[in-house]
Ligand binder design. Sequence first.
Ligand code: AMP
Length: 114
Amino acid sequence: MSEDLFEKIIDREIPADIVFENDELLAFRDINPQAPVHVLIIPKRKIRTLNDLDEDDAGLVGRMVLAAKEIAASEGIAEDGYRLNLNCNERAGQSVWHIHLHLLGGRKMDWPPG
Ligand code: AMP
């Protein structure tokens, strides 16, 4: 039985609208989108929070960003602009304990964020 919500999506125990997958990563549409395009890019290997990353994960995190760039292009938002967001722990809004990169676009983004 999968341990966290995103592991259940990786293991196809619960459905998701998957937009990208390879051996290392999975990307799917957020169930509660905060923008017209809202995709989550996750590693298949469980990492609870950004605080659990180490030097060996540098390539993985880089490839998450590159996957987001490719998805932004395929979603047609690369030129208008998009935002990548990583939340770490409750105060920053993390609610699922498996790191995930938010790709948000398709509307004007406020800065600074709330
Ligand atoms: P965070 O608050 O940064 O931990 O982001 C967790 C995200 O996961 C939120 O934006 C949720 O809307 C999203 N989410 C929760 N459950 C699902 C699900 N079953 N499928 C897709 N996205 C989900």
